[in-house]
Design a binder for this molecule. Structure first.
Ligand SMILES: [Fe+2]
Ligand SMILES: [Fe+2]
Length: 449
């Protein structure tokens, strides 16, 4: 062996043994003992898959006390050759007593992975009086499939769930029946939330039977106006993590909620319409900065649409909470200065978002976006494309479950909106959750790419 080969092979051995040692050290240095403190369960929720993407996956779960959480993942259902990823990022793990957030990165696109969650409990009474109290693992093996060009193009949308558990449960039963590749939660999951406990109730421990609703189906989040309200919601990333920074340019790293994800023949775009009041409205006390946020998203959107996997997708579907069009000229368009009130519009908050429409829809239209799926109005509506507006808009239903009238129809009802590819066309099915029937179906041709 010459010197160059020798150096190469020793470097390889060193790298291999370091990696092995690191893997082992994580497993060996932490005693996997039973918790003897008599405490209640350390892990007190099923895992939630957050931020569907091609090469990463966020996994969050709730803990009842101080913990250092982890995810073991594998390509095999028997968890052979599994890798362990601890919560948080560099230097110190994200040890906390509320939510474990683990990010799996470097995944293969359109690939099925199996995973298990666990956490090391920690008793902490000052830095010099701390100990591990035991390791708890959830014995169940869950799975997910990453996004990508070869992924199955099939999504569902839920919106305006507002902690109304009966319609929420019915919507999730429908989602489970459909079993899509991902779900887009199109905003207003919250009301106004001041505590992380309440946020956990919404996303991780909802008051429904299907506690593992997001353990095998990944979720995306397009926030609504209510999702930024309340002391806890000012930092919702503690419960629903931001998207991975490498999904976007460094210029856009603060835009942790926007997504541009390829799923089979569909490119999914997520935008955040932010508050439904202007920043100058005294009720917001100067605390919100929606206008600059919307402008920054315009710049992000221009770049996102040029990404090759997005630009080449036959179908382009956009999701945002507040509608970008309303047929009624009297509806408040969200740009009435300085306090959302004038003589010709009602109510005193945005029913639709003209500023976002002006910033984003010319770019989306130029890119051939076929449909924009929105929410916020709590009433299903379909706006056909016109000569001047090339895209269709669907407004999803809300959380109200009124009694149906004698003809079996109700004015308002919750919806689950399903999208899939059938015969090389995009098919959208609107499921009426009140009547448990199909409310409407639409079909779209591929855009010119
Ligand atoms: Fe709402
Ligand atoms: Fe809303």
């Amino acid at each position: 062996m010459n010197r160059r080969d020798f150096l190469k092979s020793t470097a390889l051995i060193a790298a291999t043994s370091t990696a092995t040692a690191m893997d082992k050290s994580i497993h060996l240095q932490i005693p996997e003992k039973q918790d003897t403190t008599g405490n209640t369960k350390l892990i007190d929720s099923a895992p939630m898959l957050q931020n569907y993407a091609e090469t990463s996956m966020g996994i969050a779960f709730s803990v009842s006390r101080l913990a250092n959480g982890f995810v073991d993942y594998s390509l095999s259902p028997d968890m052979s050759n599994s890798k362990r990823v601890m919560c948080g990022g560099y230097r110190i793990n994200d040890v906390n007593d509320e939510v474990m957030r683990i990010r799996l990165t470097g995944l293969k696109p359109a690939t099925k992975y199996y995973y298990q969650i666990g956490a090391h409990g920690i008793r902490y009474n000052g830095y010099r009086d701390k100990e591990l109290t035991g390791t708890e693992t959830d014995p169940k093996v869950y799975s997910f499939t990453t996004a990508g060009k070869k992924a199955k193009a099939h999504f569902c949308v839920i919106n305006d769930t507002h902690m109304k558990w009966t319609p929420f449960e019915l919507c999730l039963d429908k989602v489970a029946e459909i079993n899509p590749s991902c779900v887009i939660w199109n905003g207003d999951a919250n009301n106004n939330v001041d505590s992380v406990e309440e946020q956990k109730t919404i996303f991780l421990t909802p008051k429904i039977k299907r506690k593992d609703y997001a353990s095998d189906i990944p979720y995306m989040f397009a926030p609504g106006n209510h999702d930024g309200r309340g002391k806890a919601n000012w930092h919702m990333e503690r419960v629903w993590m931001f998207r991975q920074p490498e999904e976007r340019l460094s210029r856009d790293w603060d835009l942790g909620r926007n997504f541009a994800v390829r799923m089979g023949d569909i490119a999914l775009i997520g935008l955040d319409t932010a508050e439904d009041k202007v920043d100058t409205n005294p009720r917001l006390m100067g605390m919100y900065n929606s206008h600059a946020y919307r402008e920054a998203q315009k710049v992000w959107l221009e770049s996102a649409l040029k990404q090759s996997e997005i630009a080449s997708a036959p179908f382009l579907v956009t999701f945002c909470h507040i509608p970008l069009y309303d047929p009624n000229p009297k509806m408040n368009p969200g740009d009435i200065m300085p306090a959302d009130v004038d003589d010709t519009h009602s109510p005193d908050f945005a029913v639709w978002q003209r500023t976002c429409a002006q910033l984003w829809t010319p770019i989306l239209e130029k890119a051939g976006c076929q449909i924009i799926i929105t929410a916020h109005q709590h009433k299903f509506r379909y706006d056909e494309p016109t000569k001047d507006r090339k895209w269709a808009q669907i407004v999803g239903g809300g959380p109200h479950m009124p009694a149906a009238t004698s003809n079996g129809k109700a004015e308002v009802f919750p919806t689950v909106i399903e999208g899939k590819i059938e015969n090389k066309k995009l098919k959208i099915i609107v499921h009426n959750i009140l009547t448990q029937s199909v409310e409407a179906e639409y079909t779209y041709n591929p855009r010119k790419v």
